[in-house]
Design a protein around this ligand. Structure first.
Ligand code: UT7
Length: 346
C-alpha cells in the first residue's frame, strides 16, 4: 500500500512496530462470518422467561441473537466462516499451514475443533490446535497466528472462532439466556510486507473465576447422583464494573505497544458483550469522535470468542471502515482473561 492509498485511521507514515530483526510481519488478509439461520427476537424469549424486550434493550442493547440448529455445530459453523475468509482472500485451504480454533463451547473436546474444522475444509496435513481463553479467545489466537508467522513456522494461518453458547447456557436462567448466542467468525492471517497486527496487551485474574464461567466441573456431575449438569453462569454487574474500570487501560496499552496514537484508529471492535458496556469503555479510553464503534451485539448477541471477528465482518460488509485502516480489538471475559491489539483491517 502506498502512502497515498492509506485511508483515515491509517495515516501516511504511521505503522505498527517495532518488528524484531528477522521476524516476518503478518496481517489479517480477509475475514468470514457464519450466522445461524434462526434468529431469536427478545419478544420470543419473554414467552418462556420472566423478561421483556424493553429490559433487554435498555440493559444490553441486544434485540436479537442466533440459535444454531443441530446441524450447525462448532465445527460446521467454523468451517463455513473459514471458507468465506479463504474465498474472500482468493485462496484455498492448500495455502494454509495451520488452523487455530478459539472456542469454549466445543463439547466434542477431543480431537480438537481445529483438527475437525481443517478436515471439513478438505485439509489433511495442516497444523491444527485449539485456544481456550473464553471471550478473549480470538485475541489470543490472533496473536498466536502472528507469532507463528513471525517465527517462520507458517505463511498462512486460519484463525477460527466458533461458539455454540446455547450448549453451555441454562435456558431457564434469564441473566445469561437473553445475552448469549451462537455463530462463528474467521480471519485468514498471512505474511505481509509490513506489520498489520500489533503486539497483544494481555492478562488474567483467576481470583475472579466465579464472576463468569462454568459453575462446577463435569466430573462432579458424573460422580454425584442426582446432580444436574453444569452451566455457564455470570455475576453480570460485577463483571460489568470490572470491565469498565480495567479494560480502558488494557486498550491504551495495546495502542501504545503498536506505536500508534488514539487519533490513528478508525475503529474500536471490542468483545460484543453488552452495548452499554462497550459505550462506557469507549468513553473511558477515551476514543476520539471519528472512531467507529462496533455494535454487532445488537443483532447477534454475545457469541464469546466469535464476537470480534463477526463484528469485523459486519463493519466490512457495511463499508463502515476502509481496508487498511487501524482497528483496536479488545476481548475479555471468563477467567477473567483479556487481550487487546491493534490490527490493520483487511
Ligand atoms: O461475555 C463475557 C463478558 N460479559 C460481560 O461482560 C457481561 C457484563 N454484564 C452485563 O452485561 C450486565 O450486568 C447484565 C446484562 C448481565 C445485567 O444487567 P444489569 O444492568 O447489570 O442488571 P442486574 O444484574 O443488576 O439486574 C437488575 C435487575 C435485577 O432485579 P432486582 O434485583 O433489581 O429486582 C435482576 O434480577 O434486573 C433483573 N434481571 C432481569 N430482569 C428482566 C436480570 N436479568 C433480567 C432479565 N430480564 N433478563
Amino acid at each position: 500500500m502506498t502512502a497515498e492509498t492509506v485511508p483515515k485511521g491509517g495515516t501516511p507514515g504511521s505503522r505498527i512496530g517495532p518488528v524484531p530483526r528477522l521476524a516476518i510481519p503478518a496481517r489479517i488478509l480477509a475475514v468470514g462470518a457464519y450466522r445461524p439461520g434462526r434468529g431469536i427476537a427478545n419478544a420470543e424469549l419473554s414467552e418462556s422467561l420472566d423478561t421483556s424486550d424493553s429490559w433487554i434493550v435498555k440493559r444490553t442493547g441486544i434485540r436479537r441473537r442466533c440459535a444454531a440448529s443441530p446441524a450447525e455445530t462448532v465445527v460446521t459453523m467454523g468451517a463455513a466462516a473459514a471458507g468465506k475468509a479463504l474465498a474472500s482472500a482468493g485462496k484455498t485451504i492448500d495455502a494454509v499451514d495451520c488452523v487455530v480454533a478459539a472456542t469454549m463451547s466445543y463439547t466434542g473436546q477431543s480431537p480438537s475443533a481445529a483438527v475437525q474444522i481443517a478436515r471439513e475444509l478438505g485439509a489433511r496435513r495442516v497444523g491444527a490446535f485449539d485456544v481456550s481463553a473464553a471471550c478473549a479467545g480470538f485475541n489470543y489466537a490472533l496473536d498466536v497466528a502472528r507469532a507463528l508467522i513471525a517465527a517462520g513456522s507458517a505463511r498462512h494461518v486460519l484463525v477460527v472462532a466458533s461458539e455454540r453458547m446455547s450448549d453451555l447456557v441454562d435456558p431457564g436462567d434469564r441473566t445469561t439466556a437473553v445475552i448469549f448466542s451462537d455463530g462463528a467468525g474467521a480471519a485468514l492471517v498471512g505474511a505481509y510486507g509490513e506489520p498489520g497486527i500489533g503486539p497483544m496487551s494481555c492478562g488474567s485474574d483467576g481470583s475472579l473465576a466465579g464472576v463468569a464461567g462454568q459453575d462446577f466441573p463435569w466430573a462432579h456431575f458424573r460422580d454425584t447422583p442426582g446432580c444436574r449438569r453444569p452451566y455457564f453462569r455470570m455475576r453480570g454487574p460485577e463483571l460489568f464494573r470490572w470491565a469498565i474500570s480495567e479494560m480502558p487501560a488494557v486498550a491504551l496499552r495495546a495502542v501504545d505497544a503498536a506505536g500508534l496514537a488514539l487519533e490513528d484508529l478508525a475503529a474500536f471492535i471490542p468483545h460484543q458483550a453488552n452495548l452499554r458496556m462497550i459505550e462506557a469503555i469507549a468513553e473511558r479510553i477515551p476514543l476520539p469522535g471519528h472512531v467507529v464503534v462496533a455494535r454487532d451485539v445488537e443483532d447477534q448477541g454475545n457469541t464469546s470468542a466469535a464476537s470480534i471477528p463477526l463484528a469485523i465482518s459486519r463493519l466490512k460488509e457495511e463499508g463502515a471502515v476502509p481496508a487498511g485502516a487501524f482497528a483496536l480489538l479488545l476481548g475479555f471475559g471468563a477467567g477473567v482473561a483479556y487481550g487487546a491489539q491493534v490490527v490493520r483491517l483487511p
